[in-house]
Design a binder for this molecule. Structure first.
Ligand SMILES: Nc1ncnc2c1ncn2[C@@H]1O[C@H](COP(=O)(O)OP(=O)(O)O)[C@@H](O)[C@H]1O
Ligand SMILES: [Mg+2]
Length: 487
């Protein structure tokens, strides 16, 4: 037996590294993890889609790297692998992120970095120039580095630029520049949405020293807090701690019930919809060092995502020293809880989805328990129908004002309305959260119409207090306004 030196062919290895399944958003997030680990306070993402095609630069003001550290960082499979001891706040895991995330999106990766007390350094991998050797292009002088136009983005102090060119994933989508640009910009939108959720706890930090911001083409990203924790209707339930005695570490579990959709402000509703609506965003939110790894899933501990559990969100914090127990993958986008945590989560889920269901049900009851509901739910032989209440004072007074022939015609119209109620369409729109909410301001026309209804009921001898109650039950938000106009 003898030892044979059998290194991998660079181009083969890199081509397979390119396909581990990163999207542009997960790739950018992985690069930003490095910035956070390097204590950056600000990350700037600059994108451009000029005559040379799409390019993206991720610039941070972190501690930067010396020339030799940069070369080590560019090595595929450097010395910071999964077995390396990592600091409490280190976001890295496999020693691959910078390379794998970058190559998943581009064929040319240039990293420019400056560390305090060191000269600016730069190195570049160009996959089209590899010719089967691991020859990294290293810039040999500060002048040479400064000839790279993007290097001027490092504002004198320490920091790092990760620069992607030859972004073939984008170029593969279309041949004409206008379509390439359109596709690139929509990918950038997805990147922004993703980052505002994944790093929301960093972007929200207001305490001095913890300030952190991400700008996309100089525009700051707003955090998306999936718990709406500052909303007064959000319920923050009891925090639970699961200890891992063999490691002396804890997993923290903080359940929330978010406010019902209708209580959110317009912008909050829009953002929630963009993220997948209440149903799509329910579930566990797993964080590692405050960075969101995975969300919108019940880890198969619930049979299905339902509308009733749609308001439940469970924030789970795991320290990076427990990575191995959670089967964290290379892209840091999928995790699976260890068995002893699953058992606890199963118990917590029952408790909190009960709360979430109650929030939904109580809202449903409030709507249907109004004394003067116009629509009635009729259940018989396991079928449900929605019918208009013919004894409703409004319909009753209107009937009374009609001749016998007109009464017949009006009854026919009501039958048609009930029969033609588009139940499926309403159901689909409700699931997709497309339904408009009841209007909150009364237009002149609405006021006029309701004033006529008030007159009609008065003619039937119904008193004002009752009319007011009837009108309010019709879901008109400002019945007082109607009365004032009438008086
Ligand atoms: N923005 C950055 N600032 C400072 N150092 C960095 C930066 N990006 C990468 N590095 C260095 O390069 C190393 C390799 O990064 P990476 O390939 O992402 O692996 P990992 O993050 O798992 O260690 C990091 O451990 C770090 O030392
Ligand atoms: Mg990394």
């Amino acid at each position: 037996m003898y030892n044979f030196d059998c290194p991998p062919h660079p181009s083969c290895l890199i081509e397979s590294m390119r396909n581990v399944g990163y999207s542009m958003e997960t790739a950018v997030a992985d690069i930003i993890d490095n910035s956070i680990a390097a204590s950056a306070k600000q990350v700037n993402i600059l994108h451009d889609c000029g005559p040379h095609g799409p390019s993206l630069a991720i610039i941070d003001d972190g501690c930067g790297m010396s020339g030799s550290e940069l070369i080590e960082a560019m090595r595929a499979g450097g010395n910071s692998g999964p077995l390396a001891e990592r600091g409490e706040t280190d976001m890295g895991r496999f020693g691959l992120g910078l390379k794998t995330a970058s190559f998943s999106q581009c064929r040319r990766l240039t990293v420019i970095s400056r560390k305090a007390g060191c000269e600016i350094a730069a190195a570049c991998w160009d996959l089209d120039e590899l010719d089967d050797s691991w020859a990294l292009k290293v810039y040999s002088s500060a002048d040479e580095v400064e000839s790279l136009s993007v290097s001027s983005e490092l504002s004198g102090g320490p920091g790092t630029i990760v620069f992607w060119e030859k972004m073939d994933r984008v170029l593969d989508q279309a041949t004409d520049p206008a379509h390439v640009r359109k596709f690139f910009l929509s990918s950038i939108d997805r990147v922004s949405t993703h980052l505002s959720l994944v790093f929301h706890r960093f972007l929200e930090s207001t305490t001095a020293g913890q300030r952190f911001s991400i700008c996309v083409n100089r525009i700051p990203l707003k955090p998306f807090d999936p718990y709406f924790s500052r909303h007064k209707a959000t319920q923050k339930l009891q925090e639970e701690v699961v200890s891992v005695p063999s490691r002396g570490r804890n997993v923290l579990i903080q359940p929330y019930i978010i406010p019902h959709y209708s209580k959110l402000s317009g912008p909050d509703r829009d953002r929630l919809k963009e993220m997948g609506g209440p149903s799509g965003t329910q579930g566990f939110y797993v964080y590692r060092n405050r960075r969101l790894l995975a969300w919108g899933d019940w880890f198969r501990l619930r049979r299905a995502k339902t509308e009733a559990s749609g308001l439940a969100r469970v924030m789970i914090d795991i320290p990076n020293s427990l990575d191995d127990l959670w089967s964290l993958d290379i892209k840091k986008s999928s995790v699976s809880p260890p068995e002893f945590v699953r058992t606890e989560l199963g118990r917590i889920i029952e408790k909190i989805t009960g709360c979430s269901t109650r929030t939904y049900v109580s809202r449903g009851q409030k709507l249907s328990s109004k004394r003067y509901a116009l629509w009635r739910r009729q259940a018989s032989n396991q079928r449900v129908n929605y019918v208009l209440d013919r004894d409703h004072p409004l319909l009753d007074s209107f009937f009374a004002s009609l001749s016998t022939e007109e009464q017949c015609q009006f009854k026919g119209i009501l039958d048609l309305i009930e029969d033609g109620l588009p139940v499926e369409a309403i159901y689909n729109d409700k699931l997709g959260e497309n339904l408009a909410l009841p209007q909150t301001t009364l237009s002149e026309e609405v006021v006029r119409n309701h004033a006529a209804l008030v007159m009609m009921m008065r003619k039937q001898g119904i008193d004002d207090a009752k009319i007011r109650e009837i009108i309010m039950a019709l879901n008109i938000s400002d019945a007082t306004g109607v009365q004032t106009k009438e008086n």
